[in-house]
Design a protein around this ligand. Structure first.
Ligand SMILES: Nc1ncnc2c1ncn2[C@@H]1O[C@H](COP(=O)(O)OP(=O)(O)O)[C@@H](O)[C@H]1O
Ligand SMILES: [Mg+2]
Length: 373
């Protein structure tokens, strides 16, 4: 029912290619994020799936149906936008009931009188059929807006407006829920709460969801799988842990989480260990590579600050602390090692001392944690 398959999707705007050979295979019930910097083509991909944009080439399937020729309202997709796109002159209930009512009117052969009904809706004298009323109230209860049903949407906070938008999409029981940067207008704290709300609702309803965001933390914390996009192309698709621990390109290593990325030259591979020259230092990795010139990627939390008395390690380096940033449960150090400045995250427990700027430290990283791309 709600799977989404995109094959070789390409989109040009006046001769400029903004999407190139996009392939997606989104499973029914999956929470799938499209992640990438602004302008990379996330919204255009979404609009092609929803039917608001016509692909230049390629096919889009929802369930078993090729939807290329179907109008947006025949695709049974629910959409939630960054801007909420609510009707400001209608109350919460009417906003949520609107599309449901139109659908009901279309079905019940009074579509010809739709203009009359819309005027009635707008003039607030509309009486809804009982089942619509019940359905709307159920969904409002679900997003915890029962008490606000009669308020104008302009009287609500950003988070409440976003929940109205969500309710309005969900009440139509879409096969696919499409969300385009839905949290970007909310403040940080609310964004975190709404992440949990959306994820919980998605899991409850098991509704196939495509979630567009430029915020890697959002994508990684919410989605089952993430597609990373850049310049109209998909660079990598994987689970959040996949992408984090096995980025295929330096762009992804940098965009998904924080990384130390250094160019190096492979010297040799012996006994299951690759030795790489970085500047005047050598580092070992358990990974094999066919490349001669590589990017060495190390996550900040995989670098250890050693005690003086600790024994020798495979990859041990001397460094000088440049900046120490206390972040509550962690301390982030910027450490100068040779010509590179490395970001190092250490866990912090109360009572621990924090190294100060200018202090010499010894760092180590396990060869298993040295990625080569
Ligand atoms: N209707 C349009 N006409 C011309 N160019 C467009 C149109 N819509 C989007 N674009 C261009 O397509 C590219 C991708 O845009 P978009 O899909 O909105 O990116 P994102 O959502 O990732 O920020 C951008 O360069 C944008 O300027
Ligand atoms: Mg966009």
């Amino acid at each position: 029912m709600g799977s989404v398959v995109v094959e070789q999707l390409t989109k040009n705007f006046s001769g400029v290619t903004v999407l190139q050979n996009i392939n997606l295979d989104i499973k029914e019930g999956e929470f799938f994020a499209l992640l990438g910097p602004s302008g990379c083509g996330k919204t255009t991909t979404m609009r092609c799936i929803a039917g608001f944009e016509k692909p230049s080439s390629g096919t889009i399937k929802i369930g078993d149906t090729n939807v290329n020729k179907l109008a947006p309202n025949q695709r049974n997709c629910g959409m939630v936008f960054q801007s909420y796109a609510l009707f400001p002159h209608m109350n919460v209930f009417d906003n949520v009931a609107y599309s449901l009512n139109i659908k009901h009117l279309r079905k019940s052969n009074v579509f010809k009188k739709l203009g009359v009904y819309t005027r009635m809706l707008n003039s607030k004298i509309m009486k809804y059929p009982k089942d619509i009323e019940q359905k709307v109230m159920d969904i409002l209860a679900y997003v915890e807006l029962t008490d606000h049903a009669k308020k104008l949407t302009s009287e609500l906070s950003g988070g409440q407006q976003q929940r109205v938008a969500l309710a309005r999409a969900l009440v139509m029981e879409p096969d696919v829920l499409l969300m385009d940067e839905p949290l970007s207008n909310l403040d940080l704290k609310l964004r975190h709460t709404m992440r949990n709300t959306i994820r919980k609702i998605q899991q409850d309803l098991k509704i196939t969801t495509i979630f567009v965001t430029h915020d890697q933390e959002e994508a990684m914390s919410m989605a089952d799988r993430v597609a990373v996009m850049k310049d109209g192309e998909i660079l990598q698709i994987g689970t959040p842990t996949d992408l984090y621990s096995n980025p295929k390109t330096p762009f992804i290593a940098d965009f998904v989480g924080t990384s130390n990325i250094m160019p190096g030259t492979v010297l040799n591979r012996e006994n299951g260990m690759t030795t790489i020259q970085i500047g005047n230092q050598q580092i070992k990795s358990t990974l094999a590579t066919e490349l001669q010139e590589v990017q060495v990627v190390i996550r900040p939390e995989n670098i250890n600050v050693l005690d003086e008395k600790e024994a020798d390690y495979d990859n041990a380096f001397e460094g000088i602390i440049q900046v120490a940033t206390y972040l509550g449960s962690t301390v982030r150090y910027d450490v100068k090692v040779g010509e590179h400045e490395l970001v190092v995250d250490t866990t912090y427990e109360s009572g621990d001392s924090i190294l100060s700027t200018g202090a010499s430290v010894k760092l180590s990283v396990s060869p298993e944690r040295v990625l080569l791309i």
